[in-house]
Design a protein around this ligand. Structure first.
Ligand code: AMP
Length: 280
């Protein structure tokens, strides 16, 4: 695996790659786990060359969020990527992404102001900026994103369509711990008992799925059941519980449409965790 930590070196490498080769790209913020590994595996299977980037993007964190304490485990990440068979690890510097002469791809969409966008107003503008900039540098044929961050996946798809990026966006299923807890770099903040509490997030989503399967159509009833299920645990406080129509991401207040995205964001001891299920 070649490790490239400057833009100029990356551009030289990129120019040396034949246009007949398919470059697969997995953008990450590091502290890699099996969820990231699934995206990387997808790229290794589908593409000729796999590029993984690690960049903890300050612009997608709010003022009181965990940018400075976000886990940074580059050495361990390198070992994982090396043994997975990744070709290029790109570690851009802040200036490579945000130098003054670089124009960011400004993209504002209704989708970015829903759900996570309401709770974290900096998040999607930050994500869209960094991903569009990375797409322009890496010029991949395809890029892999986890369904764990469902709204991000939907928004990046929109960005690619609206912005005319010739890139195929490939969704990857959420990878979970045996308890059902979605893998996340932030899980390492959790104590043992908080990890047990966190496993209730997915259980509450499975309950919602079961209600939908059994014909429950009232979104308020479903959201209420999720809430009741979560709040029996005093360690959990709810940021939002949401059911949106997948075609417009509008919140459903009455009868559920199909397909829907059911999402939950909670705090456990100050750690913010999200999860979701898609339901047709
Ligand atoms: P992050 O490093 O958290 O920015 O995530 C980088 C990519 O990994 C994003 O496309 C995420 O959706 C994806 N990802 C994170 N956790 C998981 C997971 N548990 N399962 C599948 N993909 C994931």
């Amino acid at each position: 695996m070649k490790i490239i930590s400057s833009l100029s070196e990356f551009l030289v490498w990129r120019a040396s790659i034949s246009s007949s080769l398919k470059v697969g790209f997995v953008p990450t913020m590091g502290a890699l786990h099996n969820g990231h590994a699934a995206l990387i595996k997808g790229s290794l299977n589908e593409a000729d060359i796999t590029v993984v980037s690690i960049f903890v993007n300050p612009k997608q964190f709010g003022e009181n969020e965990d940018f400075s304490s976000y886990p940074r485990t580059v050495e361990k990440d390198c070992d994982l990527l090396q043994s997975a068979g990744v070709d290029i690890l790109f570690l851009p510097q802040y200036e490579d992404i945000y130098s003054d002469d670089v124009k960011s791809f400004a993209f504002e969409h209704f989708f970015s102001r829903q759900l996570e966008g309401k709770s974290r107003p900096n998040f999607f503008p930050g994500v869209v900026n960094v991903v569009s900039r990375l797409f322009n540098i890496v010029k991949p044929s395809m890029s892999f994103f986890g369904k764990k961050d469902a709204q991000q996946l939907i928004l990046i798809n929109k960005m690619v369509n609206v912005g005319g990026f010739p890139i195929k966006i490939i969704p990857v299923e959420t990878i979970r711990e045996p308890s059902g807890l979605a893998m996340s770099s932030r899980n390492i903040y959790l104590s043992k008992s908080q990890t047990i509490s966190a496993s209730k997030i997915y259980k509450s989503l499975l309950l919602a799925e079961s209600l939908l399967k059994h014909g429950e159509k009232d979104a308020r009833v479903i959201k209420n059941e999720i809430k009741k299920n979560l709040l029996v645990d005093p360690a959990i406080s709810v940021d939002y519980i949401s059911i949106v129509c997948l075609n417009d991401l509008k919140e459903v207040s009455g009868e559920v449409c199909s397909p829907v995205l059911v999402s939950v964001a909670v705090y456990i001891g100050g750690v913010r965790l999200i999860d979701n299920i898609f339901y047709e």
